[in-house]
Write a protein that binds this ligand. Structure first.
Ligand code: GDP
Length: 525
């Protein structure tokens, strides 16, 4: 197949949700359609169970699973689909955000009873920032949930997006009768039986008289009224507005019962974007260019401390990646070739010879890669769009074993390169602060420092709210600001100035008092 053919048949996306909305269940059902797995239950939930935070074996076990489920590729109707996992819950980490920089689109799963939840909000903020096309899947229709119109309003208001339903529920919970698919104008009857295998649905039009035989007159009337209202309230669906990230199509269903999932998948392969162009500092890189380019968006350390090698996850941006071919590692100027690049098909890993834009490959790494590194055939390119996000939890990190201070410094340095968390050094006294977006990260760091580097650390609380990068053309104001806030000014790992705000109020005050200073909650590196 031509390069264009290979690119055109690829869809790389992430499923995001608040924990328990049904991301794992939906992923599994999608994999079943692709024949990538045979039975439900094959995909292990990637989340760390509640109460397991101090159980380090559990952390290790989960890290193993999280490699296996990081990327799940499968084929459906000749379309190569790559699902990138976005860990949630207590293992929510910067990785979760960064993964969103490697996807071309997103499916967001929302629990019909709970509506929009905190983590969905955080992740959707990143999608909006990056203008990522989003499809919404409202899940758990087999249970009592909120009114569909109310849910759509909530999604529009809370996630700051526009929606357009492409399917519509007939009843809900115990009264769930079916789903009307507005995308192809057919009704799918809910039998509530088969939880494992998706059967070919019985399909009939909402306008036909026949539909009454299936769902009765009341439901038919309600459905026809609802559809009329939907068509009155929401503009007709246009693929381009979805691709521009202006409007998000919405599907309803029940992942558990594998109901409404096929409609979602069929529409997804029709409308979801093929690999999108990537922005480098130097230029715009089109997926269809002949020369290979790619970047590292995730690094996974080996769980076995005796083998310090790591797996670097590369998103292919353009051209064809080939095994045993020399590529330029732009940051260090070296040419490297890879003898065993791996691809991820469902939960299997296998060595591949070639990979195309949209694909994710794993490269064995002995410490050459950092998050954000670019690989090319020979060009000096630096991909953009891998921001660091302000952490939300901060602790001082102290050395707890004076004999091992070098090991600690090295361990911290390498873990930060892996993107496990962010390091800030307070300018006033040189104290080091680790910032994370998830609580578990502190335990992971402590554990890994000990087991991989033989270093012992101790945490001390510090009450910061956000790390805020700042800059200004007004040097006088910058100097004044630094002087006044000297206790809260730090440097990030790359030497950028960071203001550690104590509260939202503190930050607002700073913005008011220093109008010429730009404050940023994200920083591209
Ligand atoms: P995740 O945390 O988003 O990955 O959520 P899971 O897929 O692990 O689902 C959380 C819980 O909700 C599990 O007990 C699922 O069996 C259940 N669940 C998922 N989808 C549905 C659904 O459509 N209906 C019902 N009733 N339960 C569901």
């Amino acid at each position: 197949m031509s390069l264009k053919g290979e690119i055109d048949r690829r869809r790389t996306f992430g499923i995001v949700s608040h924990p328990d909305a049904g991301k794992t269940t939906l992923t599994e059902k999608l994999l079943l359609f692709g024949g990538a797995i045979r039975v439900a239950g094959a995909v292990k939930s990637n989340k760390i169970k509640k109460g397991a935070t101090s159980d380090f074996m559990e952390i290790e076990r989960q890290r193993g699973i999280s490699v296996a489920t990081s990327v799940m590729g499968f084929e459906y109707k000749d379309i190569k689909i790559n699902i990138l996992d976005t860990p949630g819950h207590q293992d929510f980490a910067e990785d979760t955000y960064r993964t969103l920089t490697a996807v071309d689109s997103v499916i967001v799963v929302i629990d019909a009873a709970k509506g929009v939840e905190a983590q969905t909000r955080r992740l959707m903020r990143v999608c909006r920032m990056r203008k990522t096309p989003v499809i919404v899947f409202i899940n758990k229709l087999d249970r009592e949930g909120k009114d569909p119109f109310e849910l759509l309003d909530e999604i529009e208001n809370e996630l700051d997006i526009k929606v357009r339903p492409l399917s519509w529920p007939v009843g809900m919970g115990k009264r769930l009768r079916g789903i009307y698919n507005m995308y192809d104008g057919k009704l799918n009857i809910f039998t509530g039986e088969d939880k494992q295998v998706a059967e070919e649905p019985i399909q009939i039009s909402a306008d036909s008289d026949e539909i009454i035989d299936y769902i009765g007159e009341d439901y038919t009337q309600q459905l026809r009224d609802d559809i009329e209202l939907v068509n009155g309230v929401y503009p007709p669906f246009e693929n381009q507005t979805y691709l521009n990230a202006e409007v998000s199509p919405v599907f309803f269903g029940s992942a558990l019962y594998n109901f409404g999932v096929k409609e979602l998948l069929e529409c997804f392969i029709d409308i979801a974007p093929t690999p999108r162009p990537s922005e480098a500092e130097e230029r715009h890189v089109d997926a269809y260019e002949n020369k290979f380019t790619g970047f590292v968006f995730k690094i996974h350390a080996n769980m076995d401390p005796k083998h310090r090698d790591r797996l670097a996850f590369i998103k292919i941006c353009s051209g064809v990646f080939q095994r045993n071919t020399n590529y330029l590692h732009v940051r260090n100027g070296k040419k490297i070739k890879f003898s065993s690049p791996t691809a991820f098909m469902a939960s299997k890993k296998s060595v591949i010879d070639e990979a195309y834009p949209g694909d994710i490959i794993g490269l064995h790494d002995t410490g050459n890669f950092k998050i954000g590194d670019t690989l090319t055939e020979n060009e000096q390119l630096h991909f953009k769009g891998l921001p660091s996000f302000s952490p939300e939890m901060f602790k001082y990190i102290e050395n707890d074993d004076p004999m091992k201070s070098k090991q600690l410094a090295k361990g911290v340095d390498q873990l930060m390169d892996e993107g496990v968390a962010q390091l800030f050094t307070v300018k006033m006294n040189g104290r080091k602060i680790i910032g994370t977006v998830g609580a578990l990260q502190f335990e992971v760091i402590e554990y890994r420092l000990l087991h991989e580097y033989g270093a012992k650390c101790r945490w001390e609380p510090v009450g910061f709210h956000k790390a805020v990068w700042f800059d200004s053309k007004n040097t006088e104001q910058i100097e004044d600001f630094k002087k006044r806030k000297y206790k809260q000014v730090a440097e990030d790992k790359h030497g950028n100035d960071v203001y550690l705000a104590e509260s939202a109020f503190d930050l607002d005050r700073a913005k008011e008092k220093f109008p010429d200073i730009n404050f940023h909650l994200t920083n591209e590196f």
